[in-house]
Structure formats: structure tokens, C-alpha cells
Design a protein around this ligand. Structure first.
Ligand code: UDP
Ligand code: MG
Length: 317
């Protein structure tokens, strides 16, 4: 592959057979009109449908390259695999389901070049998703803003542009559970965001059930901060303090009103006990999450394994 590629587009694919043809037919003319050298890299993230066969057929086009992963590693790991194989000076990431219109790519590149930005993020205008999908996104956005200290509004939108240097630094981070838009801010100095259109998923259904969204949220929090552990610690200190105060009140009340009063307070004590037990389980859960992640990291398994690369033959004409 030529080293003088100016723009790489990285697209993770998981069971998107209904969308891929339209995707290709819409993105190619957009890229051609840029008059820049480009490559489009599809990463097959262990699709169970016909996506891989379709993608292999696409590689007849010189601009298209396909990375086949051995199994499903998740969207962000798939994008990382794409990063490791792309050579553009500007790297664009986007979804394969056409929710991010390819027609917005030129705008991203223009803003990046004119403002000399390291990362151009996007805000989805008129977001076409269900309420139940938007609510978790809102939470992710708030958490991401807090954790990274970067005031971006829409972290979930994958239609983004990154400079080569930022991409290269991200590849150096061999983290298992990561959240690429947040990771990029660690390495980027000049960051901006623009509005882009958002469309309904062209075909198929979302690969993000609530379970995966909760996981993603924890990826974001746990990979970028020890905030949950701190929260538990401070919460624990506060509760212990309140517990001591309450104990003193109980002793005084018993001395003042006698034993019968204390016995009647049994249920209150139970209520308090349950609160503490609940909190302890919560704390154990959070600790468990971190330990699980540490275990994953120390085993040093690769975050993705590339089975095959289906190359784009030669250069552009
Ligand atoms: N995706 C992936 N691996 C996965 C899940 C999703 O590569 O395990 C890809 C998917 O093919 C799509 C993008 O990530 O290109 C976003 O997924 P989806 O549209 O399901 O998410 P949503 O739009 O609901 O956030
Ligand atoms: Mg989608």
C-alpha cells in the first residue's frame, strides 16, 4: 500500500450485510470528489452473516481494504485493528450502518485542515434513535465530559476525524476495554466538534443492547479514572461517620427512655443494616469490576487478532 495516503476511512462491521453495498456506493463518490489519495478500511469484527463475503468482493476496488478479525472483539477493538493497518494522514472513523452519512466526510476534513485540529468530533443533529438508546448516551456524554475534562457534547458519534499522530499514540496503548473518542483526547491538543446529520439505521438492528451499553459506560469510567473507587471510599467514610453519630443518639435515647424504646426501634436498625449491606455489595461489585479488568490486562492477551487482510491491489489510478 502506498505511504502517501492522505485520508483513511476506518469502518468496523458486525453483521451489516444489509448496509454494506449502499455504504460502498455512497462513500466512494464522496471520497473521489475530495481529490485526495484515500483508502477505505473495513474491519470484519467476526460477523456471522454474509458481511465478510461481501467485503471481500469490494476489494476488487483498489481503494478498499478488508481486515478480517478471528472473532467478535467489539466495536472499539475493531477500530483499533483498523488504526493499526491504516496509513492516512487523516483518519476518519464511522459506522457501517449509514447512521453517519458519508457525505459529511468532506466537511470533517475541511474543518480539520482549516483549523489545524488534532481531533474533529461531531454532534448528531436530529438524532434518529429510540429514547431508550438516547438516554444511556446522555449519561455516557456527561461522564465522558467529567472524566476527560474536555467539553465535547456527543461522545457516542463515531463519525470523527483524527490526525495520524493521535492515531499512532492510540495504537501504542494496548488497553483491552477502551473508548476511542475519550482515549484520543488524552493525546490531542487541538480538539473541536461540528454538527453532522444523523440518519436512521439503513438495515438490520443495533448491536448495542442495554448490557453492552452498561459495559461501555464502565469501560469509559474505569479506563480513564479511579472515580468509582474514590466515590466508594468517600461514601464509606461519610456513612461510617453517620453510623457513629446514630449510635450515640441511640445510646442517649435508650438511657433517656429505657429499654422498651430500644426494642421497638428494632425495625429501624434492620432498615439501616440493609442500607449498609446493599452498599457493601455495591462496593464489592465495583472492586470486582476493576479486578476483573486488571486480570484481563495482566494476562496480556491481544485485544484483537487479525485472521487475514484482504488487500487493495496496487495504487489509485
Ligand atoms: N460493531 C462492531 N462490533 C460490535 C458491535 C458493533 O464492529 O461488536 C460496529 C457496527 O457494525 C457498526 C458500529 O459498530 O458499524 C456501530 O454499531 P451499532 O450501529 O450497532 O451501534 P448504535 O448505532 O446502536 O450505537
Ligand atoms: Mg448504529
Amino acid at each position: 500500500m502506498a505511504d502517501n495516503i492522505q485520508v483513511s476511512v476506518v469502518i468496523p462491521v458486525y453483521n451489516e450485510e444489509q448496509n454494506l453495498r449502499v455504504m460502498r456506493d455512497r462513500i466512494l463518490p464522496v471520497m473521489q470528489e475530495l481529490h485526495k489519495s484515500f483508502e477505505i478500511i473495513f474491519i470484519d469484527d467476526g460477523s456471522r452473516d454474509n458481511s465478510l463475503a461481501l467485503l471481500q468482493e469490494f476489494t476488487k476496488n483498489d481503494h478498499i481494504k478488508v481486515i478480517e478479525l478471528t472473532r467478535n472483539y467489539g466495536q472499539h477493538a475493531a477500530i483499533m485493528a483498523g488504526f493499526s493497518q491504516c496509513s492516512g494522514n487523516i483518519v476518519i472513523t464511522m459506522d457501517a450502518d449509514l447512521q453517519n452519512p458519508p457525505e459529511e466526510i468532506p466537511k470533517l476534513i475541511r474543518v480539520m485542515e482549516e483549523g489545524n485540529y488534532d481531533v474533529v468530533g461531531t454532534i448528531r443533529k436530529g438524532r434518529q434513535d429510540s429514547f431508550l438508546r438516547i438516554l444511556p448516551s446522555k449519561m455516557i456524554n456527561i461522564v465522558a465530559r467529567k472524566i476527560t475534562g474536555v467539553g465535547m457534547h456527543d461522545w457516542g458519534c463515531m463519525l470523527r476525524a483524527y490526525r495520524r499522530a493521535v492515531v499512532e499514540r492510540m495504537i501504542q496503548c494496548h488497553e483491552h476495554a477502551t473508548f476511542i473518542p475519550a482515549l484520543a483526547t488524552v493525546f490531542a491538543k487541538r480538539v473541536t466538534e461540528i454538527e453532522v446529520n444523523h440518519e436512521e439505521r439503513y438495515g438490520g438492528k443495533s448491536n448495542y443492547p442495554l448490557r453492552k451499553l452498561i459495559n461501555l459506560q464502565f469501560d469509559l469510567v474505569a479506563s480513564f479514572s479511579d472515580f468509582p473507587i474514590k466515590l466508594i471510599m468517600y461514601g464509606g467514610i461519610l456513612l461510617a461517620f453517620l453510623g457513629v453519630c446514630f449510635g450515640i443518639v441511640l445510646v442517649i435515647a435508650r438511657l433517656a427512655y429505657g429499654a422498651s424504646w430500644a426494642a421497638e426501634g428494632v425495625f429501624t436498625l434492620f432498615a439501616i443494616l440493609f442500607v449498609f449491606v446493599g452498599l457493601q455489595f455495591f462496593a464489592l461489585g465495583v472492586l470486582g469490576e476493576y479486578i476483573g479488568r486488571i486480570y484481563l490486562e495482566v494476562r496480556k492477551r491481544p485485544e484483537y487478532v487479525i485472521e487475514n487482510i484482504h488487500p487493495a491491489k496496487g495504487k489509485e489510478e
